[in-house]
Design a protein around this ligand. Structure first.
Ligand code: SAH
Ligand code: DHB
Ligand code: MG
Length: 223
């Protein structure tokens, strides 16, 4: 059975072909590592998938929940047109500071706002401030929070908004109703809410690669 080594080899092969070397993205990762951030950014080919989804949907406004060092933020931010905007939410001020520096190096600070604080609070503030609707929303913070982030996302959406959620498979544990793992339970509640939400049409796809075995959910808001 092919396993982690093979998945990583294939990721290297695909990324080598389809995701060009990029000094700015390399710098984001090396600066994040040097600052001691955990290496839990999306993989390069996943970052490019996010980028392509933003391009395909012609997103002018993007909301990201979970910034870390800004790696996925750069992929998404580069898909924006000249007057596009991206809001990214981060709970850890140290992560946000690394991201700010990385986004500056990427020339994206003019398009990106970083909001620091627990995402349930900063999302609530976006709703209160009348922000949105966002064209694309990427959920990638704590998995326990996903059910609440879904609720806020719907408030910040319009028909046609695309919602992407990372890490919804968790080494397959998502299929275990008795995992006792808060992250798995958060993802399961999120998926059940998505399934029951008449405004959403959704799917979820398992992925393997350099980052192991996981998956993402993709949903579109209807009318
Ligand atoms: N999207 C990033 C990775 C995000 S990792 C990338 O692919 O490059 C998840 C991030 O969510 C971490 O930086 C963590 O600090 C942040 N986070 C975790 N719980 C949070 C919360 N409750 N509110 C806001 N941010 C949170
Ligand atoms: C973790 C979080 C992520 O968003 C991810 O893509 C991988 C791992 C984590 O918290 O372990
Ligand atoms: Mg993730």
């Amino acid at each position: 059975m092919p396993s982690q080594d093979r998945w990583a080899e294939v990721d290297d092969y695909l990324t080598g072909l389809l995701v060009p070397e990029d000094p700015v993205l390399d710098h984001v990762l090396s600066a994040s590592a040097a600052a001691g951030l955990p290496p839990i950014n999306v993989a390069p080919n996943q970052g490019k998938l996010l980028h392509l989804l933003a391009v395909i949907t012609r997103a002018h406004t993007i909301l990201e929940v979970g910034t870390l060092g800004g790696y996925s933020t750069v992929w998404l931010g580069r898909a924006l047109p000249e007057h596009g905007r991206l809001v990214t939410l981060e709970g850890d001020p140290r992560h946000a500071e690394v991201a700010r520096s990385n986004l500056e190096a990427a020339g994206l600070l003019g398009k990106v706002d970083i909001h620091i604080g627990p995402a349930q609070q900063t999302m609530a503030q976006l709703v209160t401030a009348g922000m949105g609707p966002f064209d694309l929303i990427f959920l990638d913070a704590d998995k326990q929070g996903y059910p609440a982030y879904l609720d806020y996302s719907l408030s910040l959406s319009r028909p046609g908004t695309v919602l992407i959620a990372d890490n919804v498979v968790r080494d397959g544990r998502v299929a275990d109703p008795d995992s006792g793992d808060g992250a798995v339970e958060g993802v399961r509640s999120f998926l059940e809410l998505v399934a029951d939400e008449p405004r959403l049409s959704a799917t979820a796809v398992q992925t393997v690669g350099a980052k192991g075995y996981d998956g993402f959910a993709l949903a579109v808001v209807g009318s």
